[in-house]
Ligand binder design. Sequence first.
Ligand code: ATP
Length: 358
Amino acid sequence: MATVRFENLRKEFDTGKIVAVDDFSLDIKDGEFITVVGPSGCGKSTTLRMLAGLEKPTDGHIYIGDEDVTDLSARKRDVAMVFQNYALYPHKTVFGNMEFGLRMSTDLGKAARREKVEWAAEMMGIEMLLEQKPDELSGGQKQRVALGRAIVREPDVFLFDEPLSNLDAKLRTTMRTEIQRLQDELDITAVYVTHDQEEAMTMGDRMVILKDGELQQVGAPKHVYQHPVNKFVGGFVGSPSMNFVDVGINERSGTAELRSESESFVYETTAFDVADGERYTAGIRPEDIEIVESGGIEATVDVVEPVGSDNYLYLDISPDFIARVDSAIEPTVGDRVSIDFADEDLHLFATDSGTSIV
Ligand code: ATP
């Protein structure tokens, strides 16, 4: 069973001056594809490296299946890691690179090793490259070899550390699909680190969002997108980012009415306990906004940015407030527009703590 369990994992550097990972706990199911995402320095790589056995936790435990692997060396763990820079041996052929791990970790004979390498090469569509050296390959081909090398060992867990970052946008999309196909066919348990929230959303069965070494939220991408637990997650997941507007609360019979300073922004929320002196911020996703004839929130168009099928309209409601609308809607800079959105698309956060309220 290739389940993975992180239990209250902590990693300090510089004798405690840097806390890279703080009290991280997570259960990963057998065959689950977990993406880990967050801004630079949030502890993604450190978490992955602790699972690989390349970094020793300061505190906490890691289990693969039922085995506590916390103190096990990288070699003794049945994991394979795919890196951003491919990490291929330059003097070995593709065959040699793919076979090397098998020679180290199994006692398979030569013929059996060849059979496995050929199986993995076919899986990755690189059979014709087996006799080439890495410097004769393109970036995309190198990454296929690195994936093939991971597959060939049939490890319990696959670890990916930003494997597609060095590839151009088109190739990245192709390789994403490729990795997802592998996951379907081989039913692998995988932990995939990326700084790209779109990649994390499209690839993960569940996504983990980290900030400053702390787990913010874990869940199915769609759920996280629809129900961010705090303002950070709301702003990090989705592109362009969620718009935020500071609002006042006008309490009435158990529900609350949001008002911006201009009084034009009035929405009734579901009931919640308004805390004394608490300030609130509303969050609205650019794609949830529509332009209406009248009766919505009035705003002036500052910038119109065409992005193919859609236009981004920058509106003067709050700094960088964007409405993502169909490209057929083409107002001129300076035009007044009226915007609206469904009540259920309004998110509300406590301004200071950032915690989601409704
Ligand atoms: P990035 O996306 O930039 O790769 P990350 O989310 O993977 O970032 P980590 O590399 O895990 O973040 O780093 C988390 C924190 O730990 C950072 O503050 C980093 O500077 C620090 N850190 C990581 N490795 C070491 C180390 N060997 N010595 C000291 N500090 C380290």
